[in-house]
Design a protein around this ligand. Structure first.
Ligand code: CU
Length: 292
């Protein structure tokens, strides 16, 4: 900085620019890389994963809403990004120091219009993001509609209990032993849900804070001891989905896995009946011992 001023005072050129042109083969290589990047972006634009913004495929109506908010958020962020990068590059190129420039360029400060623009614009952008987030959150956490099925999910160190409140069926899960094999999940407790129905999850915890998370539902909610949290989903896709605890809850948090099976209503009711029969059988074998 000081050196530059000294040179200016002496009237010597401030800075020499290297004007050596880029050799042709190198230019061609740059062009090829640019074409490859563009082609990859264009082709990948067709893939479903990109259209979902790399979120897992949704299995509920709420998941569609979350995916839309996510993708729209990224598109607006990209639009703002492109504008900012464009203006930055334009400034760098158009206002770069020329060979015959001397001294400093005109210094701007206390420019009220510019300061108002860069204060008001970001506030407006945050306002728009806030509006859509609040709108979707209100729908996702709305529990005013009557559910077709209600499941009380209890988080415990380190597994899950599923209490099907409409059928008086309860299932108590045990912790998964992790060995690194694909079969680990086979022992995870499984929650059954009917497809195309409104399901309410009533979330409670027995010991510490857990979090109920089915990535395919694209929604998760904390399970807090002494508090009842609820949310509803409308299932849209049959299949088996992974579930896990999303709140670090202790040594075996990673083993706190479960599965969700979304099936036809008939299969769901059959599972309820089988479970009821199993529970009744258990009581028959237990009761005489208790009586003695
Ligand atoms: Cu947990």
């Amino acid at each position: 900085m000081y050196e530059r001023f000294e040179k200016q005072v002496e009237g010597a050129p401030v800075r020499r620019r290297d004007d050596t042109p880029v050799p042709a083969p190198q230019r061609r290589r740059y062009a090829l890389v640019a074409v490859a990047v563009l082609a990859t972006l264009t082709l990948s634009g067709c893939s479903e994963a990109v259209q979902r913004g790399f979120l897992p495929k949704g299995a509920t109506t709420g998941a569609e809403r979350v995916t839309n908010l996510w993708v729209a958020g990224w598109i607006s962020a990209l639009a703002v990004g492109v504008l900012v990068w464009g203006l930055t590059i334009w400034c760098i190129v158009a206002y770069r120091r020329k060979k015959d420039d001397v001294g400093l360029p005109p210094q701007l400060r206390y420019n009220v219009p510019i300061e108002i623009v860069y204060t008001v614009l970001p506030i407006m952008m945050v306002g728009v993001l806030f509006y859509y987030t609040a709108r979707d959150e209100a729908v996702l956490l709305d529990t005013s509609k009557k559910p077709d099925v209600t499941v009380n999910v209890v988080g415990k160190r380190w597994s899950w209990d599923f209490n099907y409140l409409d059928h008086n069926v309860y299932e108590s899960g045990t912790q998964v032993t992790l060995t690194g094999k694909d079969t680990d999940r086979d022992t995870a407790p499984t929650m059954y849900l009917p497809v195309n129905q409104r399901v309410e999850f009533v979330l409670t915890a027995r010991d510490v804070i857990h979090s109920f998370w089915v990535p395919a539902f694209q929604q998760k909610l904390d399970m807090i001891p002494g508090k009842v949290n609820k949310f509803q989903v409308v299932t849209t896709t049959k299949g088996e989905f992974d579930g896990k605890c999303a709140e670090l809850c202790g040594s075996y948090h990673a083993s706190m896995l479960f599965k969700v099976k979304v099936v036809e209503e008939a299969e769901y009711l059959q599972h309820m009946q089988d479970s009821m029969a199993r529970l009744e059988d258990n009581q028959v074998t237990i009761e005489p011992k208790v009586g003695k």
